[in-house]
Every structure is written in C-alpha cells, then in structure tokens.
Design a protein around this ligand. Sequence first.
Ligand SMILES: Cc1cc2nc3c(=O)[nH]c(=O)nc-3n(C[C@H](O)[C@H](O)[C@H](O)COP(=O)(O)OP(=O)(O)OC[C@H]3O[C@@H](n4cnc5c(N)ncnc54)[C@H](O)[C@@H]3O)c2cc1C
Length: 440
Amino acid sequence: MILSGWGNFPRLDACLLRPRNLGDLRLALSRGPLIARGNGRAYGDSAINPAQTIDMRSFNRMCAFDSTSGQLIAEAGVLLADIISVFLPRGWFPAVTPGTKFVTLGGMIAADVHGKNHHCDGSIRNFVDWIEILDGNGNTRKCSREEDPSLFEFTIGGMGLTGVILRAAIRLRPVESGYIAQDLRPAATLSDAIRLFDENPTASYSVAWIDCLARGQKMGRSLVMFGEHATRADLPAERRDKPFSIPARRAKSFPFDAPSFVLNPWSLALFNEAYYRNGRRRAGRSLLDWDAYFYPLDSIHDWNRLYGRKGFAQFQCVLPLASSDLGMRVLLDTISKSGQDSFLAVLKRFGAEGGGLSFPMEGYSLALDFPIHRNTIDLLKRLDSIVLDFGGRFYLAKDARMSADVFSRSEQRRAAFLDTRTKEGWRSHFTSAQSERLGI
Ligand SMILES: Cc1cc2nc3c(=O)[nH]c(=O)nc-3n(C[C@H](O)[C@H](O)[C@H](O)COP(=O)(O)OP(=O)(O)OC[C@H]3O[C@@H](n4cnc5c(N)ncnc54)[C@H](O)[C@@H]3O)c2cc1C
C-alpha cells in the first residue's frame, strides 16, 4: 500500500503488517529488517520501512496502574487519547503531551516527545520508568536507568531504531480538574514574545503562535499563551462537583484533499490577521478545558488534507538560548522574503537537553508547516543552513527530507548512536526510510 506520515509527504510504496502477538512479531523479524509504526502522526518517513512496516496498534492493553505513584504500565500501541479518557476522571493527566492526543505510547517514547512544559519538566523521557523491547534476536529485554541503561537512553528518542517497544511504565501527574487557567498575552514582535517567555520561567505551560506573514516592524508578532492546571477552587461553582467533565465537542473532519488555491498567501494573511486581532481581544485570563487547550487541532480530523494532494512538510528546529532571538529573526525574515508562507508557526521554550538522540536542547524551538510547492524544498534547505549557522538541530519526528550531511552536521551525538546501533546489531534489524536517508 501507499504509506506516508502525517504530512502526506513523501508517499512510499510499503508492506504494512499488523501483528497480533509476540509470535507474529518474531516471524516478521526473521524475514528481515523492519520498523515499528504507531498511529502515523510523525510527519515524514520515520515510521515507514518499504519492506516491512509493523503496525503496533493491536498491542493496546493497559496492564496496571498504581494510584499512589501514578505509574501506568501499558502496551506500546495504546493511544494517548485512551489514557486520558481512562485516567483523567480519576484525577491523572499525562505529565508530557504533544499537540495531538492521537499518538501511541510507543510513538511518544520513540520520538521522546516534548510538550508546552519542556522548560519546567523536560520531555517524556523524565517520566518513563522502564521499557520492554523486542530486540533483533527476537528476545524481550527490559531496560531502565539502572538496567541496560544504554538501550534505555537510545530507545527514548531513537525513532524505533533500537527495537520494537512492547510495553512501558510511565508516570502520570495528579490534577484537580480537567481545566487549564490560561493567560494569553499578545506580543508585538518576536523579541517581545521571547521576553515574555523569559519573564515567566515558572509558568507550567507556555507556547506562542507566531504570525509569520507579518512583515517589517510587525515581523514575529505573536500570541503567547501561558497555562496552569486549574484547581477545583479555580472552577466556577457550577463545575466544582464535576471537575473532570468538559463540554462535549463534536469533531469535524476534512473530507478531501483541498485544491492548492485554498491555502494561498491572501487566505493565509486574512486568517492570520483575524487570528491575531481576535487573540488581542481575548487577551488576559480565561479557563479552557484540557482538549481545547492541549489539542486544538484534534477537533478537525484529517486536517492535514487541507494542504492538498502534494502534502506538506513541517520544519521544526531548536536554537541554543544565546542565539535564539537573532536566529529566529533570520529564519522568519528568510521565510517572509521567499514568498512561501507557513500556516502554522509555533514557538516554544525548551529546558535542559535530554540523553540519547533526543531533540530538545536549552533554547527556543520553532515549528512551521509548509505546503509542498515547486520551491519548498529549496527554501527548507536555506532554513537548514541558517539553523546550522546558529548551532541548532532538527526534530526527527517532523523531518521528511533532511540530507544525511545536514543531519550529521547538526547532530554531534550521531556517531555514538551509529556506533551503538552497529555494535548491538540494531542496524541490521531496524531500519526506516528516514534512517536510510540520514545514513544511520
Ligand atoms: C498535530 C500534531 C502535533 C504534534 N505536536 C507535537 C508536540 O507538541 N511535541 C512533540 O514532541 N511531537 C509532536 N508531534 C509529533 C508526534 O508526537 C510524534 O511524531 C509521535 O512520535 C507520533 O506518535 P505515533 O504513535 O503516531 O508514531 P508514528 O508516527 O507511527 O511513529 C513515530 C516514530 O516512532 C517509532 N515507533 C512507533 N511505535 C513504536 C514502537 N512500538 N516501538 C518502537 N518504535 C516505535 C516509529 O518507528 C517512528 O520512528 C505532533 C504531531 C502532530 C500530527
């Protein structure tokens, strides 16, 4: 079948297998190299091996929960959406969540996902106690910080290239309600936005939407959103009896690939102007339910089809703290001069770097979506060079087209990863279209 990631670019001819048990998995392993796939929310080709892509969604049982520590043991194919629907009513929420709940536990660990709280809490790595993996010899191995630490380190953020994650133990966080107290602040420029992040280092959650079509003095104008889990006392009286129930949202879906004229510079400029003005009007404090705050895009299923048949590429980089302000301005300036506009542009503040091949490092991360046009790849190559010049790196879960050269220049830990992959024999059993392209 034709397989792609969330960006629908690239689309590759691949054989997709859906094993139901360990025996099926071992059989696939005996046939040759493979890659595990979760819910296909990585944007590019990291969850595709043309010969054998292993759909892990049948491994979807929740096995145990300790209501004292918040530790959940679950199989890799369990969806984050299901974890929330089972545990939020009991007062527990994921300690780290990406911007969509339609991801699997295995996919979150393999990408070492970060949320809007990275500056405080780090990535999901900090909340994983142990992982059980199927290795290249068909054996199951349990790894943690104490047991087989190298396998543990490289599996988190290792993009499926160390083995197939079967089960894991993660810790959830206790919460008093299903609501977030949001403080929305408009920022007239990118430097203002960065200043707001810097002035609010203890906000539990922070993120900014950037209008990357704004030119001249308005360049980088943003809406910065801070958030805290609301306590029961923060809720209006009528909600305090049922602090975890939220108004039902009817999910809409985008039923077809949009024609290319739908997302054009004019429609994007209109949207951004309206979004920014509306944000300015709503500035200040408000109460949002967890679904609206963490997963606004999930309310439209298949929104990726808005970008049309050719799909889109997401570009997500992180720049070190010292060079973030200037580097981000150079990136935005290059984009605005290219005439190619990004519909979604998100800025986040990251805290300390994790281990293995994990993406985050202390600094600012910018994520941008670009519909694939004739000149898109050229623009992305120019953005790659800027990121390299400023000492940054790229998120593999969003990558669909980076070159092996750019990857090796951005990633000093590549050699250690490759070395371990070769020594442990992972390289002959676990490969993806992305790992082949990047030469790892
Ligand atoms: C709208 C949207 C918003 C997002 N926001 C964020 C964000 O804020 N922060 C963030 O960090 N990411 C974000 N992401 C990216 C997403 O969280 C990651 O790509 C995540 O890995 C997707 O999980 P998945 O289950 O769909 O995995 P897939 O896309 O299927 O696979 C992703 C990687 O995980 C590996 N993998 C999957 N399952 C297993 C397994 N059982 N064993 C071993 N390897 C496995 C695959 O080989 C592949 O390398 C976002 C994605 C979308 C679409």
